[in-house]
Design a protein around this ligand. Sequence first.
Ligand code: NAD
Length: 261
Amino acid sequence: MNGRLNNRVAVIIGAAKGIGAAIARRFAEQGALLVLSDVDGESGARLVTELGAERAVFLQSDVAVEADMQALAALAKSRFGRIDVLVQNAGIYPSYLLEDMTLAQWQHVLAVNLTGTFLAARACLPAMREQGGGRMVFTSSITGPRVANPGVAAYASSKAGINGLIRSAALEFARFGITVNGIEPGNILTEGLSAGRSPAFIDNMEKSIPLGRLGLPEDVANAALFLACDEASYITGTTLVVDGGQILPESKDFADPAAWQ
Ligand SMILES: NC(=O)c1ccc[n+]([C@@H]2O[C@H](COP(=O)([O-])OP(=O)(O)OC[C@H]3O[C@@H](n4cnc5c(N)ncnc54)[C@H](O)[C@@H]3O)[C@@H](O)[C@H]2O)c1
């Protein structure tokens, strides 16, 4: 197979569904060997069957548990001998108003989205350092770093935190030949996004996007592929916005040329 990630070993966390599964499929198509992880064991096992057990292995694990992340890195080493790429994509996005949110709810979102990213990076660092290089790609969001909504304080804080982690880690790991970058998706049509939201809400979301459609998991997977490829070797400490132009408009009339003057 002559792919852009031929025989590179990629650890992908939050890989069982949605954006993570699309990244796993895109990387597999490009020749990568995959070490997949998720709390959802059933969907993870199904994905390995789809991709082929000679190319992919799955470990049911929780990104917020340090021992799980250590076990995941150890599995990558024992199965494929190295770790070339880490994609930390696991994330949760429950909605809580600040006045109602409990401390436990706040801490859970931060533990999975932000602390989990730190734990994943630290677990994969020794292998990359020993090899003299690697790629880390974290799924952030436009929510937090660029925009916000009522009900997303914990989520937005966790994703803004990921962008800070990216910058500091990029500086610390540059001397090891490791790049650290992120992706800021806009509204991407996944199970997670649709859960508990009415069709009218989704329709409204779509109207706020200049390119006129919600994103697909594959749109984010393409960005992850770029950041993991040789062509991105001089890019570190930054994030790529994948949002169909959603964060651009200053005015809600952006889609109506009659209102432009
Ligand atoms: N869908 C969007 O519109 C959107 C927008 C911006 C950012 N994101 C981010 O993209 C990532 C993926 O989102 P998605 O929409 O595909 O969500 P999803 O819910 O469809 O998939 C997320 C995956 O992460 C797994 N996961 C959850 N908690 C975990 C944990 N503790 N340990 C390991 N795995 C865990 C889930 O089981 C699931 O397979 C998330 O980090 C999310 O914040 C999504």
